[in-house]
Design a protein. Structure first.
Length: 63
C-alpha cells in the first residue's frame, strides 16, 4: 500500500512542478483544481490504507 501512496505522491509532485509557473487566469484556476484533486486522492488513499489495516486487525491503523 505504501508503494501506491508513494507513486501517487510522486506523480502529483511532478504535476505540481509543471504548474508552478502559473500565475493568474485560467492556468491558475486549473492549478488550484489539480491541487484539490491531489488532496482528495491522498485522503482517499489514506482512508483505503486505514480500512485495509482495520480489516487485517493491525495494531496501528494509521497510515
Amino acid at each position: 500500500m505504501n508503494h501506491i501512496i508513494t507513486a501517487l505522491q510522486t506523480t502529483f509532485f511532478i504535476t505540481i512542478l509543471g504548474l508552478a509557473g502559473c500565475s493568474d487566469g485560467p492556468a491558475e484556476d486549473a492549478g488550484e483544481r489539480v491541487d484539490e484533486a491531489i488532496t482528495d486522492v491522498q485522503n482517499k488513499a489514506e482512508d483505503l490504507c486505514e480500512k485495509a489495516k482495520e480489516n487485517l486487525n493491525a495494531e496501528n491503523e494509521n497510515c
